[in-house]
Design a protein around this ligand. Sequence first.
Ligand code: ZN
Length: 291
Amino acid sequence: MNNLSINEIQRFSFDNTNVRGERVLLTDAYQEIIKRKQYPLPLEKLLGEFVAAIALLRDIIKIDGVLSIQAKGNGFLSTLMTECDEFQNLRGVIQWDETQNVPDQLPLTEVLAGGYLVITIQPRNGQRYQGIVEIVGDTLAECLEQYFLQSEQLPSRVWLAANGAQCGGLFLQRLPAEQAKSGDEDAWERFTHLASTVKAEELLGLETTELLHRLYHEESLRLYDTKSMQFGCSCSRERTFGAVMSLGAEEVREILIEQGSIKVDCQFCAEHYEFFEADLAAALGDQAQTH
Ligand SMILES: [Zn+2]
């Protein structure tokens, strides 16, 4: 098996049923994200599940804009965030308590104790929408299933896996009955039961057509075009400059006096930005005159 360059998501549906699905498999796109930081393997795996999840969500919730999943809680993780835009650019980051040993297993109910997931839909034009789902289970898949039930009232099943080299996911959703093309009553039970037999190695090791054939060769399956996905960070010197100036002229001057320059590292891609007095002078001067 050679999955070294697969970074794809593919939609599928079953003829004469109201069930649709998505399958994502990411290699380089995922590796680009995790190599930006020295993550212990359990965190690489957890971040991989979040990256696969945002890729699935991106193809299910179609908007022109940015979609993100952010986890919040009082456990060992302080930041866990993934994002995907309409051009299939993926990025993600975890920040954790580096003074503690990282356990092999990271059940979400512990590492995000009392926490929740925030799913943000930010269209390019239009209002931001946020959905919040409590951490209802130890896996991200369980929390996402709850999110779909809450936000769309649609039964959905999610399978996610990651191993530090690949991350992948499988998604099934039962659309409202009136959209059913015929009365295959058992379809949902049958398809989800079959998908539940998928092992992590298959989810990460098989190409989509192979995986779906293995599961559903007796069904009438329809595959849609694949979409490629890649790592991409939306940070820029201009945006970072804006963030620095939002601290206020006084604060910016203080940091310049103390440190000689203002250094900012992008948490997603680790790009370094540094601003000196000459870079900031015009903006500082303008603000000073308004006092
Ligand atoms: Zn960046």
